[in-house]
Design a protein around this ligand. Structure first.
Ligand SMILES: C[S@@+](CC[C@H](N)C(=O)[O-])C[C@H]1O[C@@H](n2cnc3c(N)ncnc32)[C@H](O)[C@@H]1O
Length: 272
């Protein structure tokens, strides 16, 4: 798991875990593109089956705390939980099965798979909870909020569907705003303190961990609008360029930015 020390607990054998919780894992998501809701309906097993009313994607789901709670509260919604880390897939699948949920499918894969794993307009909401910031310019294309990804999400989002970002990082939030604008999205809701504004939203592991260290949660929801002209990348790609002038002098440093901030502070000190 990026940025989180992914040390395996003693006696944890990843392959064995993946096998044990395989019923919650789908290795070939492309088979379901365009028919997730119908195809997954029998998972309910209640005898009065009806297709799910909505499909939501938790992209970069981590160990699954958010998706498990969201799915528990919304039994009519099918949640697809995707992550690139097998360890996260194993934990999320375990938590889904232990919670007895039949409306979550766990999918291993990168965000670049999204536009092939779903049909046009199939997804109502893409949750991006505390996505890995990848602060350096040369890694900018790995961000789940990069222009190319946002253009791909457009193809699978339903009309009025939303991308919902939550992050502790003002630089990542501000970078995301540039990418949303270029990718033709309208920001329909935003907050500089989402936990206060939406106190009942389920929390994720990272939210719990980072808010306990003093983080505020920036939230924004955006929906695709008409794309006028070909999208051209004009934004600065290093998150360093989105740092505040005082480098968070008096408070919380966003996850993943410590190195960049230490470097800048040292450079400024040497320059003086
Ligand atoms: C900082 S963690 C946040 C996890 C979880 N959403 C939370 O809030 O606790 C970021 C997660 O995104 C996953 N991730 C990073 N890049 C990804 C990508 N390109 N595609 C899918 N998952 C990715 C990582 O493996 C990690 O689990």
């Amino acid at each position: 798991m990026h940025g989180m020390h992914a040390r395996l607990p003693r006696h944890f054998v990843l392959e064995e875990r993946l096998e044990r919780y395989a019923d919650a894992i789908e290795l070939e998501p492309r088979r379901y593109a365009g028919r997730w809701s119908e195809a997954c309906t029998p998972l309910g097993g209640s005898g009065e089956e009806r297709p799910f009313g909505s499909v939501r994607l938790d992209l970069g789901c981590g160990k699954g705390a958010f998706v498990v709670e969201a799915a528990r509260r919304n039994p009519d919604v099918l949640y697809v939980a995707m992550d690139s880390e097998p360890l996260c897939i194993a934990y999320t699948a375990q938590h889904v099965m232990e919670a007895g949920l039949h409306n979550v499918v766990v999918v291993p894969g990168l965000g670049s798979l999204v536009h092939r794993a779903f049909g046009p307009g199939e997804v109502d909401c893409i949750h991006l909870n505390f996505p890995t910031p990848f602060p350096r310019k040369k890694e900018a294309d790995k961000r789940l909020v990069a222009l190319e990804r946002l253009l791909e999400y457009r193809t699978v989002l339903a009309p009025e569907g939303t991308v919902r970002l939550r992050t502790d990082s003002q630089p990542l939030r501000d970078f995301t705003l540039t990418q949303l604008r270029i990718a033709g999205y309208e920001v329909v809701w935003s907050s500089d303190d989402e936990r206060s504004d939406l106190p009942d939203e389920p929390t994720s592991e990272y939210e719990q961990r980072l808010t306990s260290q003093g983080a505020k949660v920036y939230g924004l929801w955006a929906t695709p609008r008409e794309l006028i002209g070909p999208p051209v990348q004009t934004a600065s790609l290093s998150l360093v360029d989105y740092l505040p002038e005082d480098l968070f002098a008096s408070g919380y440093v966003p996850h993943g930015m410590d190195g960049a901030i230490t470097n800048l502070r040292n450079r400024r000190a040497h320059g003086r």
